[in-house]
Design a protein around this ligand. Structure first.
Ligand SMILES: [Zn+2]
Length: 326
């Protein structure tokens, strides 16, 4: 048998039997909000030279480990100054995540209202019916990385929309010297891309706020397989709670949710907040200036975080990504 034929035979069980998750599932859209507070802090990328202080910009020192392709929404005019922060965030992630399959990100620019929402992200998920990728739904970039092939070359791996209503308050510099009443765009893009890469799942709560859910077609998302009901140590939610139960809602609103691949506390405020609860690190435990603060649900004015931090990277590794060793 020719090498090409062997390759096709080897991939067939995954490609043919895979399913796409609908992209309109509400819990797959994640938002980053402005906190309204000012926290003048800067965490540089660990690939920046050690002398990289707030207010200075030097090239990143890293080996690129994956290819991130950006497509700009052709239907709108996106200000040119948006490109540099997006490019820096793209480079930081491509220094960290290893994949042989290009990751394709669609960037939109749209009025999302003058509320606190800065950006949102949506992604599609995939699951094989047989084989090692059959236990959970995987966000497409991670699925592709583990499969070693692009399950659907016709679709984007991630759709990221920046709120153009905040245009005048975005900081477009790359040096972390974000002024007191501005929001660092590099941080916003880094954060939202992380959701696309796997920091996402199916948790949601019904309209009457009486029951909570975490399954789609009987299976959890890969991220959800690691959620535990107590921090720092608890029982796995997907094994111990019924989908669509009041008990699960209590856990989602218990302010004590954990992630057990690494010891991390998730954001689970007493009032469930769609788009913010569950798929963020706890804002209180990882406040502005903390090395693990990139994936908290809110961003302060003057707060710049140009590194995912060790906890976030460990979360990605636990789910199947390979990363540059810290
Ligand atoms: Zn977020």
């Amino acid at each position: 048998m020719s090498p090409l034929l062997w390759c096709l035979v080897a991939l067939a069980p995954f490609i043919v039997l895979s399913e796409q998750h609908p992209t309109n599932h509400a819990s797959q859209t994640h938002v980053l909000k402005a906190s309204g507070e000012t926290h003048k802090t800067y965490i540089p990328s660990r690939f920046a030279p050690s002398t990289n202080k707030r207010g200075t910009t030097q090239p990143l020192n890293c080996t690129v480990r994956s290819q991130l392709d950006i497509t700009w929404d052709p239907s709108v005019t996106i200000p040119k100054q948006v490109r540099d922060p997006v490019s820096l965030a793209t480079k930081i992630w491509s220094c960290i995540l290893g994949s042989t399959i290009p990751i394709r990100v669609f960037i939109g620019w749209a009025p999302l209202g003058s509320g606190w929402t800065l950006a949102h992200t949506s992604t599609s998920s995939w699951k094989a019916r047989t084989g090692p990728l059959s236990r959970a739904w995987y966000p497409k970039p991670l699925y592709n990385k583990l499969l070693g092939a692009d399950i659907d070359p016709t679709s984007y791996d991630c759709s990221l929309t920046l709120n153009s209503d905040w245009d005048s308050k975005f900081y477009y510099g790359l040096d972390g010297a974000t002024p007191d009443d501005f929001l660092d765009l590099t941080t916003i893009v880094l954060h939202e891309m992380c959701h696309c890469f796997a920091f996402t799942g199916f948790a949601w709560v019904n309209d009457t706020m009486s029951e909570a859910y975490f399954l789609y077609n009987g299976y959890p998302a890969q991220f959800d397989r690691f959620i535990v009901d107590k921090f720092p140590k608890g029982d796995l939610v997907y094994r111990n709670y019924q989908d669509g139960s009041a008990d699960l809602l209590k856990v989602y609103q218990g302010n004590n949710l954990g992630w057990q691949g690494v010891v991390a506390r998730l954001y689970a405020p007493e009032e469930y907040s769609d788009g913010s609860s569950i798929y963020h690190f706890d804002e209180e435990l990882y406040p502005p200036g903390n090395p693990n603060s990139l994936m908290t649900p809110q961003l302060g004015f003057a707060e710049a975080v140009h590194d995912p931090g060790p906890l976030c990277e460990s979360v990605m590794v636990s789910m199947g990504w390979t990363t540059t060793p810290v």
